[in-house]
Design a protein around this ligand. Sequence first.
Ligand code: LLP
Length: 424
Amino acid sequence: MHHFAYRNGRLHAEGVDIETIVAAVGTPVYIYSSATFERHYTVFRDAMPAGSHVFYAMKANANLGVLATLARIGAGADTVSEGEIRKAMAAGIPADRIVFSGVGKTEAELSHAVSVGVYQINIESEGELEALSRVATRLGRTQNAVFRVNPDIGAGGHAKITTGSDANKFGISFSEAERLYAKGSNLPGIRIKGLALHIGSQILEFESMGEAFAKVRGLVERLRAEGHPVERLDLGGGVGVPYKMQPPFDYGPDVIHRYAAMIRSVLAGLDIELGFEPGRVIAANAGILVARALYVNKRTDRQFLVVDAAMNDLVRPAMYEAYHEIWPVREAGPDTPTATYDVVGPICETGDTFTTERRLPVIHPGDLIAFKSAGAYGATMASTYNQRLLVPEVLVRGDKFAVTRPRQSYDDLIGQDRLAAWQS
Ligand code: LLP
């Protein structure tokens, strides 16, 4: 369920006409719906067992306005860098609702996380276990932590977003878990509270995940039998979204409820505090990327629709062959003719292609189009490749909108570089 819909033939985000935003801000532009973020978060939270903690995976969308929207309704944050910890806190998410994960945390980052007092650090290797103990001891603190285990069961919508197999870099190996748990429990500066796992992203069928969770449940039971009071289990993120938005639009909540039912069945009777790190399911359908059509370049057997957004603004199609629906901002009527397009951006790479051979209502130069489901892993993965400016982000709430990240300026872009001393 999302809040982007046509009203009187014009695409709106909640109560705001997309063309009003474009007139004020230009294109390309990311537009987010507060109501959609709130709804997805609330549906997710309410579907999980009582007492669960929800740490929104802010790598999906880290706009300050978005984070503040979620902070206000009680969300925690799953972070993977010092930058994310700082931004979460700047948006009003307190440290005691922040989890710090990631395979390569530096000692400086661990030190920052321990100093601000994050809720939990997810340890991913023996070296990191030792580093955390050193850092926390030096600071005179005791840090709560869990081990991220690799269940050797992967899942996910694409090989590049599968994380749970032994061939992936994430987590400690299952065969090492008991030894490291015992070792961690005896190290100073750390209190080992439990386990974490995350096996992949864009998951819509939950068999493999259920298998992985069952495997971790077995590990919890073994550790408890060895005398460790395993109190927490962080189940990661991974719940997918329907990128092809055929009705019913409520497929989203349906996926969340199937996920919750799997968890209740696999973990029944375990008596453990659960944590979740959802990113995509909260953010994807809460945002669109609006672009303007520039040219239609015709060939004998195809035509390219060249738009002003590119792979530097939304890299998912180029990187994961991802599908994003494309909607004209002016609604196509039943009589609008259609045509087949390769939709491409201006970047000097063939990979700068949003889609090939897509049947769309006829689009003319100057028309606006919206890439749907761009709220997750859109703006956060943007770059300035080809020296293109980072695009603005706009947050809508009801009939109001605010630019929560202005378009980068050419001064910002060029002024960050410096000449070497011998060149000036
Ligand atoms: N927790 C951990 C440890 C993760 O690695 C991830 C995502 C999440 C939570 C959130 O997963 P989600 O609920 O969003 O599936 N850029 C890719 C997705 C990369 C996901 C990386 N890890 C994409 O655009 O599809």
